[in-house]
Design a protein. Structure first.
Length: 161
């Protein structure tokens, strides 16, 4: 079966449960709670809240690029916030009715990792606030290769040797 590709050239073919379990082996208990069980890290304590480096935020579990640093802004909420995704197809929105609220949960389109929530109170040009958990993210600085978390023999977005 041919892979499902995004317009930016990344494989979005959903990962199977066995592959997700293998990728999750190195997660801490807190990371597991957030990423695999829709938890939330405490506000104002995440590793990427104050990160000002240029680069790309990727899925902590599978390495799919999710947000560019150029779309990051300080929302004052205590979580890293972005006004638009790296590629809209890299995230999937799921209705979340937990805790007596109706929200839009954001998950990685490839592995289903819980990222956070998206709200309609962000800055222009999108008016969106993608409010994310730092533990759900990895970061790759500009000029560095994206991670090869799927073991394809080359960094994501580049052909295998």
């Amino acid at each position: 079966m041919a892979p499902t590709m995004s317009s930016t050239g990344f494989d979005l073919t959903p990962l199977g449960d066995e592959r997700i379990a293998t990728l999750a082996e190195g997660l801490t208990p807190d990371e597991r709670t957030v990423i695999l069980h829709q938890g939330t890290e405490r506000p104002f304590c995440g590793l990427f809240l104050d990160n000002k480096k240029d680069g790309t935020y990727v899925c902590r579990l599978c390495g799919l690029p999710l947000f560019a640093s150029s779309a990051k802004f300080n929302s004052g909420t205590g979580w890293p916030s972005f006004f638009q995704p790296f590629d809209p197809r890299h995230i999937r929105i799921v209705r979340d009715t937990s805790y007596g609220m109706v929200r839009e949960e954001e998950v990685c389109a490839r592995c289903g990792a819980h990222l956070g929530h998206v709200f309609p109170d962000g800055p222009p040009p999108t008016g969106q606030r993608h409010c994310l958990n730092s533990v759900s993210l990895g970061f790759t600085g500009d000029g560095e290769p994206l991670p090869d978390r799927l073991g394809r023999g080359a960094p994501e977005g580049q052909p295998a040797p």
